[in-house]
Design a protein around this ligand. Structure first.
Ligand code: GUN
Length: 283
């Protein structure tokens, strides 16, 4: 039987730390502010954006929400980003992805000032992560690293297998594990003999987006299993991992919900705090 990695517990610890720091800054007359932009009506995105606003309010972070219609043009969105880039009280800008068809995502990402890019999606921040000298880390991989650290799970020299190569999760995840001296393999939809690779993993991260994708036969005895999936299986929220069968083989495992999800928002708050400290000359 494996030990559960409790993302709710770890995220609460992170948020308590942030709340205290935000309060200390306030005493010095320094505020922390995040602008979140949502274009269109994607129901999952609406929930994520509402949760980000709630988290800001709970921690004393100023939150501005911009809900734009589905037919917003790239130019209109760029105009808003330009205004927010110049807005002193806004330290972080997040544009919720995916954007509606017709808006060029990379053009929008490129327009956010790198020092306000709390998602760490701007090419300048992506490059810094590659080098290993960074201020912001994409929130999901950052949250996973925080959980591994909280449970004293050593990465150095371990076989780390990441399934998924997205810019948001897979690629930065692989890079962070590499910076901690993991021996990292990044797998994807074209990987041959996937199960053979995953069976060598001491730490297995799945960011595929398919329910029941990781089965017990793909997991080595005693592996640490991190499930990034947020899928629906007959309406029920579930991850990529067949939790009930894998939990008996893994040494540690994250549940869905209550694993990676709560950490993602906590790390967004952390990046926003870092942005304010940098912009106010405290870092
Ligand atoms: N959509 C899904 N995850 C994310 C994220 O981490 N940031 C943004 N901006 N959009 C997302």
């Amino acid at each position: 039987m494996s030990k559960l990695i409790d993302g709710k517990l770890v995220s609460c610890a992170v948020k308590e730390r942030i709340k205290a720091e935000v309060s200390e800054l306030k005493n010095k007359g320094i505020t922390v502010g995040l602008a979140v932009i949502l274009v269109g009506e994607d129901p999952a995105s609406k929930i994520y954006v509402a949760n980000k606003k709630k988290a800001c309010e709970a921690l004393g972070i100023i939150s501005q929400e911009y809900l734009l219609p589905e037919n917003t043009t790239t130019e209109e969105l760029l105009e808003l980003i330009d205004t927010l880039n110049h807005e002193k009280t806004i330290n972080g800008i997040l544009c919720q992805l995916p954007l509606p068809k017709g808006i060029d995502e990379q053009t929008v990402i490129n327009a956010i000032l790198p020092e306000k890019d709390v998602d760490a999606f701007h090419p300048s921040n992506v490059g810094k992560i590659m080098i290993g000298d960074y201020d912001f880390v994409p929130c999901t991989p950052a949250g996973i690293m925080e959980m591994l650290d909280y449970y004293n799970i050593d990465i150095c020299g371990k076989n780390c297998v990441v399934i998924g190569r997205s810019n948001i999760v897979g690629k930065p995840m692989s890079m962070l594990l590499l910076h901690k001296n993991g021996t990292v393999t990044t797998c994807h939809s074209r990987t041959n003999n996937l199960s053979e690779v995953t069976n060598k993993a001491d730490i297995l991260v799945s960011a595929v987006g398919k329910a029941n994708f990781v089965t017990a036969d793909m997991v080595k005895d005693g592996a640490v299993v991190i499930d990034v999936g947020m899928n629906r299986d007959n309406g029920k929220l579930c991850g990529d991992v067949c939790f009930d069968e894998v939990k008996d083989k893994a040494s540690y495992i994250t549940p869905v919900p209550g694993g990676v999800g709560p950490m993602t928002i906590a790390m967004l708050m952390q990046n926003t705090l870092t942005a304010s400290k940098k912009q106010n000359g405290l870092l």
